[in-house]
Design a protein around this ligand. Structure first.
Ligand code: FAD
Length: 326
C-alpha cells in the first residue's frame, strides 16, 4: 500500500465546494510528512469545471467520473464507482469532507473495501512516517488522538477548520474514468431544492444566530435584519430550531453545522457546549444576552448584556449608517 493521498472532492451545481480546497491544504501538509503524492477524484455529471479547479491545487492527477448515472448523488452508485477508483489508484489515505456527502460516501465506501474511517478530524500530524489524527469527542469537551494501525485509512475532515488551497498551480492531468455501476437498489426520483438562502451558512464570512431568547418565529425578523445589513448568513441554536421558529438547516452546533466565520453574532444564545462545538472556531464572537452570567460570554470577544430586542435594532441602525458611508 502506498503513502499517496486521494482527495474525494465534492461539487455542487457544477462547482467545487470550499471544503474540497480545504482538503487540498490538508493533503499537501500530510504529503510532506508521509512522502507520497496527491491525487483527486470528482464524481458527478458535467463536472469538467470541478475537475479543472481541483487539478490546479497542486495535485498530480485527477480522476473524473462523469456520467449521467451520477447526476444526482446516489450514495450506492457513487460508492461503487469510488471503490473502483480507489482500487486503481491504491492510495494510503483517502480524504473526504465531513459534510453530509462525505459522511455518507466515506462510510459506504469504507464498508465496501473493508477499510477503517476516522471521521470529523480537526487536526493531524505525521510522526516518524505515522499519521496521527485528532477529532473532538463528547461534544468538543475532549480531543481524541487516533493512530490508524495500518493504511489505507479513510479520513473525513471537518469543514471550515483548514484554509482553502489556492487554485494557482499548473493543471494536473485529468483522467476520465469509465462509469459502469449496476443500477442502484434505491433510486433518487426527485430533488427538491430548499428555498434559496441569500448566504450559505456553512461558508459564510459573517453569521448572525438566534437562540431561545429570540422567543418566536417573528423574533427572527430582528436577527434577519442585522444579517441582511451585514451580508451575513442566519444561524440558530437547537432550542430555536426545536421550537419550530426556524428551519433545521440553520442549526449550528454538535448536531447541526460547524461554522468558522470571521464574525459570529450570538443573540439570545446561552452558550451550551453543544452549540459551542459548532462555532467556537469563529475569529470574533459577539454575544448579546440579558444574563451577565451566560456561558457564551466566556468564549465571546465582545459581550453586550442587554435585551436583544433593544440591542440588535440599535446595532443594525449603526451598521447601516457606517456601511452606507462606504
Ligand atoms: C446530544 C445533544 C446535541 C445537541 N446539539 C446541539 C446543537 O447542535 N446546537 C445547539 O445549539 N444545541 C444543541 N443541543 C442543545 C444544547 O444543549 C442547548 O440546549 C441549546 O444550545 C440551548 O439553546 P439556547 O442557547 O438558544 O437556549 P437557552 O439555553 O435556553 O438560552 C437562551 C438564552 O437567551 C437569553 N435570553 C432570553 N431572552 C433574551 C433577550 N430578550 N435578550 C437577550 N438574551 C435573552 C437567556 O439569558 C439565555 O442565556 C444539543 C443537546 C444534546 C443533548
Amino acid at each position: 500500500m502506498s503513502n499517496n493521498i486521494l482527495i474525494v472532492a465534492e461539487g455542487r451545481d457544477g462547482s467545487l465546494r470550499k471544503a474540497s480546497y480545504e482538503m487540498a491544504t490538508v493533503a499537501k501538509e500530510m504529503a510532506r510528512g508521509l512522502g507520497g503524492s496527491i491525487e483527486a477524484v470528482t464524481l458527478g455529471h458535467d463536472i469538467g469545471s470541478c475537475a479543472e479547479s481541483i487539478s490546479k491545487t497542486g495535485v498530480t492527477k485527477v480522476y473524473q467520473a462523469d456520467d449521467s448515472s451520477l447526476a444526482t448523488f446516489a450514495p450506492e452508485t457513487y460508492a461503487t464507482v469510488l471503490a473502483g477508483i480507489i482500487q486503481k489508484s491504491q492510495p494510503g489515505v483517502i480524504l473526504f469532507p465531513a459534510t453530509g456527502y462525505g459522511k455518507e460516501l466515506s462510510a459506504r465506501t469504507a464498508a465496501k473495501l473493508d477499510v477503517g474511517v476516522v471521521t470529523d478530524c480537526t487536526g493531524f500530524q505525521v510522526e516518524n512516517g505515522n499519521l496521527i489524527l485528532k477529532r473532538p469527542v463528547y461534544a468538543g469537551k475532549a480531543l481524541a488522538t487516533i493512530k490508524p494501525k495500518s493504511l489505507p485509512v479513510m479520513v473525513s475532515i471537518r469543514p471550515n477548520i483548514f484554509p482553502p488551497a489556492a487554485v494557482d498551480a499548473a493543471s494536473a492531468p485529468i483522467e476520465k474514468v469509465a462509469v459502469d455501476a449496476p443500477p442502484p437498489r434505491a433510486k433518487v426520483l426527485e430533488k427538491v431544492e430548499k428555498e434559496a438562502v441569500a448566504v450559505d451558512l456553512a461558508e459564510a464570512k459573517i453569521v448572525v444566530s438566534g437562540g431561545r431568547g429570540v422567543k418566536s418565529p417573528e423574533g427572527f425578523a430582528t436577527v434577519r435584519q442585522l444579517a441582511n445589513t451585514l451580508g451575513a448568513a442566519v444561524g440558530a441554536s437547537r432550542a430555536a430550531v426545536d421550537a419550530g421558529w426556524i428551519d433545521y438547516s440553520t442549526q449550528v452546533g454538535q448536531t447541526g453545522k460547524t461554522v468558522a466565520p470571521q464574525l459570529y453574532v450570538a443573540c439570545g444564545i446561552s452558550g451550551a457546549i453543544q452549540h459551542l462545538a459548532g462555532m467556537s472556531s469563529s475569529k470574533y464572537i459577539v454575544a448579546i444576552n440579558k444574563d451577565p452570567d451566560a456561558p457564551i460570554f466566556k468564549v465571546a470577544d465582545y459581550g453586550i448584556v442587554g435585551d436583544l430586542f433593544e440591542v440588535v435594532p440599535v446595532l443594525n441602525e449603526e451598521f447601516q449608517k457606517v456601511l452606507s458611508q462606504k
